[in-house]
Structure formats: C-alpha cells, structure tokens
Design a protein around this ligand. Structure first.
Ligand SMILES: NC(=O)c1ccc[n+]([C@@H]2O[C@H](COP(=O)([O-])OP(=O)(O)OC[C@H]3O[C@@H](n4cnc5c(N)ncnc54)[C@H](O)[C@@H]3O)[C@@H](O)[C@H]2O)c1
Ligand SMILES: O=C(O)C(=O)C[C@@H](O)[C@H](O)[C@H](O)COP(=O)(O)O
Ligand SMILES: [Zn+2]
Length: 375
C-alpha cells in the first residue's frame, strides 16, 4: 500500500472482511491507479461518471489507471437525480458485462452521490459482486454517500426503494475537485456535514457555526470537516452496518426530506437531496419541540445556521406548488424505517441529542405537516 502523504487524512472503516480505507486529500485522482492497483487484483476497470464530472476529471483518471497498467472503459450518464433509475441501472450493467468486467476487476464511480449510489448497486449485482471503488466528487458524496455501502435507485413509489448494502473496497476523496462544484451543490453537501453535529456531536455543531465560512472557502477547515464527517459515519456504520438500530440516526431529516424530493418529482432545479435534508432537519427539530421533547430554541438555532449558509429551511422555500399533505404522507409511509406499518422518525432532545423514535403516530405527523404546509 502506498504511503499516505502528510497533508492527507485516512479514515479506516473496520468491517472485518469488508473493511476499507477512505483517503482524503488533494490530487488523489492523479494517483488513483497506484492506490487501486495495490488493493485490487484485476487489471481491468469500468468508470461510471456523469456529463458534468466526466469532461472535467475522466481523462486524468484514465491516464492514472493506464500508468499503473489498468485498462479502462467508461460510461457517462446524464447528471441529476433522475439518473438513479432502472433504465440507467440497465445501461450500467450492460456496459460492465460487455466489457467483461470480472469479479476481481474494479468498477469505479466518479461523481456525486447519484453516480455512487447507482454504480454501487450495479457493482453489487453484476456477477453477484465485483470490486467497487468510490471516487466522490461532490461535498455530499465525500462526507456521506461514498461511505457505508448504501446503494440503490429511486422508483415511482419513492427514494432509494430498490438497492443493496454493498461496501466499496476503497474511497478516494480528492478535495481539489470541490473547487469546480457549484455553490448550491456545495451548500447541499454541507447540510449532511451539519447532520453529524446534530445527531450526537454538539461541539462539532458549535465549531461549524464558528467556522463555516472557512469551510466554504477551502483549505484546512474544509478538509477537517470532511474527515470529521467520514469518521462519524464510519463509526456508526461499523457498529450497525445494516441499519438494525443506531445507523437509522444517519437518517435525521430524511423522512421529511425524501418525501419532499418525491413530491418535487426529483427535479434538481426545485430541490436537491441536501436541500431536502436541510428542510427535513429543521422540521425534525420543530416536530420534536411540538411533542415537548426539545426546546423550540434549538429548532430556531438549527434553522438560523442553515439559513446563514444559504440553505432552504422551510417547505415554502421550495419553488412551485407542493402536493397536499396526504400525498406527502403517502411518500412517508414508503420510508424504509416503517415497521409493521408504524412510522419511525429520528427525533431529538436538543442539538446533538438525536434518537430513534419507533411508533410515531401518523396523525401527529399529518397535523404537524398541515400546519407547516404553505399550500
Ligand atoms: N448512499 C448513501 O449513503 C447516501 C448518502 C447521502 C446521499 N445519497 C444520495 O446521493 C445523491 C445526492 O448526491 P449529490 O448531492 O452528490 O448529487 P449529484 O450526484 O447529483 O451531484 C450534484 C451535482 O454536482 C455535479 N458535480 C459533482 N461533482 C462535481 C464537481 N467536482 N465539479 C462540478 N460538478 C460536480 C453533478 O454532476 C451534479 O450535477 C442522492 O441521490 C442521495 O439520495 C446517498
Ligand atoms: O448511510 C446512511 O445510513 C444514511 O442514512 C445516509 C443518508 O444521508 C442517505 O441519504 C441515505 O441514502 C438514506 O438512506 P435511506 O435508507 O433512507 O434511503
Ligand atoms: Zn442523505
């Protein structure tokens, strides 16, 4: 294995025979061939990317693989949430099989969470599992989606409803590529960073309130926020890989957020995942306050921070009309945390004090949403 450069950070995900490293640092795409060839036996690779990321970084990745003796094919898909579909899953599987990617070869996701989730799913099912490398290029993918092995696609019934748990063999988070990410997408990824503070790291949330401007402008604070997020996620995933208990905390804000994404037809112009999570986290804190579990001041503090960085914080911030509350409730009823027809929500006793609440009354959720609904 190559040495980790001094400016780089390494987070290990200890999952027994599925353990892997997350390398975080500038310039990792140029070194990807070396990092992959020391960990993966196969000499072939297939790179899946999208039409925003491919033109920027595909050539550099191909060159690096070639230098280390790995022959690669590539497929570029349309950017955006709608690509997490059966149709594009079929295309990815077809390309992997046509290229005769074997179990020991590498399937590489070069892109944001959409490409990572879709490619990981294909890697998990083609030949019942081929090697898988995540090269996350959005902030969201570097702090969250590339780690932990949740893969999948959306269906007309809702978000991520078809997929498998399939861990990557390696994650290479090249922080230099974040410089080409739009401000809006950077903010969306930042919502998932804030999530780790709100789950169980109040000191991290305080630090984010003080340092967010430095994180947005790059440098040490940004790398530190990414590494802290990866360590937080790695720890939860190692303790509960398949979401039998504690991992559900990583879903803070997501039950509301996913319903809003479905309600906007996965239209990235109206709402992207991280924005849905931002609104969802504020709603989760407000809902907790309404149930007398937390102080309304905490909900206000969360909303104030997310608003300060430019994220949406209310359903009214979403452009265009939203469907009525009963349609939002239908999406919520499809949530994967539902058990025996009962809703599970991530609620909170305050900042950094989130917990998993089974058996939340649908009628309470309905009247809360009805109150918050702009329509
Ligand atoms: N598997 C998980 O644990 C997990 C966790 C969080 C989110 N997700 C999923 O991830 C998806 C959201 O991921 P996302 O926010 O990365 O969205 P995304 O993949 O759509 O990327 C956001 C946009 O940024 C562009 N982009 C990415 N990197 C870029 C770069 N370096 N320079 C320029 N443009 C770049 C993309 O082309 C896209 O247009 C959702 O589908 C969500 O459900 C999964
Ligand atoms: O890794 C997890 O566990 C998460 O919940 C992380 C979330 O940020 C992510 O959006 C995930 O895809 C949501 O999972 P889902 O099971 O609710 O679809
Ligand atoms: Zn998420």
């Amino acid at each position: 294995m190559s040495e980790v450069e001094s400016s780089e950070r390494l987070v290990h995900v200890p999952l027994g025979d599925r353990a892997y490293d997350i390398l975080i640092g500038s310039g990792l795409i140029a070194r990807a061939g070396g990092e992959i060839s020391t960990r993966i036996k196969g000499r072939k690779a297939a790179i899946i990317t999208d039409d925003h990321v491919g033109p920027l970084y595909l050539d550099a990745l191909m060159d690096s693989l070639q230098t280390d003796g790995i022959e690669a094919v590539s497929l570029s898909l349309p950017a955006g949430e709608k690509t997490k579909s059966f149709e594009h899953l079929m295309r990815v599987c077809d390309v992997l099989l046509e290229a005769r990617i074997e179990r020991n070869d590498a399937v590489i996701a070069l892109g944001g969470g959409v490409i990572g989730d879709l490619t990981g799913f294909a890697a998990g099912i083609v030949r019942r599992g081929v090697r898988f490398v995540q090269i996350p290029t959005s902030l969201l993918a570097q702090v969250d989606s590339s780690v932990g092995g949740k893969t999948g696609i959306n269906t007309r019934q809702g978000k991520n409803l078809v997929g498998v748990f399939y861990q990557p063999d390696l994650v290479l988070a090249d922080t230099a590529v974040l410089n080409s990410l739009s401000k809006r997408e950077f903010r969306a990824g930042y919502a998932e960073v804030v999530k780790y503070g709100l789950i169980d790291k109040p000191d991290f949330f305080d630090w984010l309130e003080r340092n967010w401007k430095d994180i947005f402008s790059g440098g040490e604070a940004r790398a530190e926020a990414i590494a802290t997020s990866c360590r937080a996620k790695a720890e939860v995933v190692a303790a509960d890989e398949r979401e039998l208990g504690r991992r559900a905390l990583l879903n803070l804000g997501h039950t509301f957020g996913h319903a809003l994404e479905a309600a906007t037809g996965y239209d990235s112009k109206r709402l992207v995942h991280g924005e849905g999570v931002a609104i969802g986290m504020v709603l989760a804190h407000q809902f907790s306050a309404r149930l007398n579990l937390a102080s309304p001041d905490d909900a206000e503090r969360v909303a104030a921070h997310l608003k300060a960085v430019g994220l949406p914080t209310t359903m009214g911030d979403i452009e265009g009309e939203l469907p009525p509350t009963d349609i939002l409730m239908q999406a919520i009823a499809q949530d994967k945390k539902v058990k025996g027809g009962k809703l599970t929500f991530i609620l909170t006793h305050g900042i950094g004090q989130s917990f998993v609440a089974d058996d939340v009354a649908a009628s309470e959720v309905f009247s809360f949403l009805q109150e918050k609904h702009p329509g």
